[in-house]
Ligand binder design. Structure first.
Ligand SMILES: *Cc1c(COP(=O)(O)O)cnc(C)c1O
Length: 380
């Protein structure tokens, strides 16, 4: 059976091509053109962060954060093992040792009660990952960070338009990072952003992003020439990519509502199966407003998941899973260590299955997926 309901369809709103043409006509398609500025301003306005800067990816935004945090060889960085490789790689590139902490089974986020036991005198930062756009327990995490004088870098790759206790994800820690990869809620193909909470860190961030130069100050007329002032690299995306993204940010509310509607449709249709204890549905803590980045279910075990994926595929729907826990990967073993016991990370990651979720996912397609899941369990 060919796939009729893909897992992901990148968002397109209709204005993208016009805006790219505009960028081309402006004869300024390098970094920090007018669309990049519009995107930065949109993020600042929407999240209330002090400063937002578009980057070439969330990976590069995390690398920037690792540079800004002055991570050095031997430093330790705490994060969940259930995450994308870039969360760890950005710090490994600076010589850090990764200390993995178990997740909570309800949200799949880092278990804040297990962080303190992972802290040593070498610990420099905590990196909470807001899985599926559902916020980590940021009050508790910020308290721990304050008590031990640690930096907090939020991996909010999946968290654009989501919040914790009214604060936008990515704005609570010292730095936050967003992804605008094609698989995320808002896309520019490849891209991301870094969010900077404190004024004192804004200029260092501009410098790191501009190859270690003070070009941003120069362009604002604050210095009369620009030169190399510190470590840095090139993390600016082309303004053509920013033009593509801006077409989506402009209608972010509409995209968000559409996704939330699909999420709720899945949730309500699958609730009877969850009530019978056949599957589990995602948990959204009351202090969190999520963004429907993902709809996942949890099944009995890895065998049942493989069978369900095959069964959905037979009915034309693509369902996927992800994140082989980093601590069990080749590089994870080399560069990291698991703190305490892996109670939930491996077990829960093997049970999780992501259903098709994208902007403008048709109601009838959701019904097909739901019916396929129900049929699968009737036959078992
Ligand atoms: C997508 C993702 C990233 C990486 O984003 P890129 O923009 O592709 O670099 C990092 N962390 C998490 C949790 C992600 O989901």
């Amino acid at each position: 059976m060919t796939i009729k309901i893909p897992f992901n369809v990148p968002p397109v709103t209709g204005k993208e091509a016009d805006y790219i043409k505009e960028a081309i006509a402006s004869h300024k398609i390098c970094g920090d053109g007018s669309f990049t500025k519009k995107c930065n301003a949109w993020i600042e306005e929407q999240t209330k962060t002090r400063k937002a800067l578009l980057t070439t990816s969330c990976t590069s935004a995390t690398e920037m954060a690792a540079l800004l945090a002055d991570i050095r060889p031997g430093d330790e960085v705490i994060m969940p093992s259930y995450t994308f490789v870039s969360t760890a790689n950005a710090f490994v590139l600076r010589g850090a040792r990764i200390v993995f902490v178990d997740i909570r089974p309800d949200t799949m986020n880092i278990d804040e009660t297990k962080i303190e036991a992972a802290i040593t005198e070498r610990t420099k930062a905590i990196v909470p990952v807001h899985y599926a756009g559902v916020g980590c327990a940021m009050d508790e995490i910020m308290d721990i960070a304050k008590a031990h004088d640690l930096l907090v870098i939020e991996d909010a790759a999946q968290g654009v338009m989501a919040s914790y206790k009214g604060k936008a994800l990515g704005t609570i820690g010292d730095y936050g990072v967003f992804s605008f990869h094609e698989t995320k809620n808002y896309s520019m193909g490849e891209g991301g952003a870094i969010l900077i909470r404190d004024e004192a860190n804004v200029e260092p961030a501009e410098i790191v992003r501009e190859k270690g130069t003070n070009r941003s100050r120069f362009l604002r007329g604050q210095v009369d020439k620009y030169s190399w002032v510190s470590k840095g690299s090139s993390y600016l995306p082309s303004d053509m990519n920013a033009a593509y993204l801006y077409a989506q940010l402009e209608v972010a509310e509409k995209i968000n509502e559409d996704r939330l509607q699909s999420w709720t449709a899945y949730y309500e249709a699958l609730a009877p199966l969850a009530e019978r204890g056949v599957i589990q549905l995602p948990v959204i803590p009351k202090e969190c407003r999520h963004n429907a980045h993902m709809f996942y279910i949890k099944v009995k075990d890895i065998e049942e998941r493989s069978a369900l994926i095959a069964s959905l595929r037979e009915r034309g729907a693509a369902a996927v899973f992800h994140y082989v826990p980093l601590h069990s990967s080749e590089a994870g073993k080399k560069y990291g260590v698991f703190s305490g016991r892996d109670v939930y990370t491996t077990k829960e990651s093997e049970r999780l299955l992501r259903l098709p979720m994208y902007y403008k996912l048709a109601e009838k397609d959701i019904e097909i997926v739901v019916d396929a899941i129900k049929g699968f369990y009737r036959e078992r």
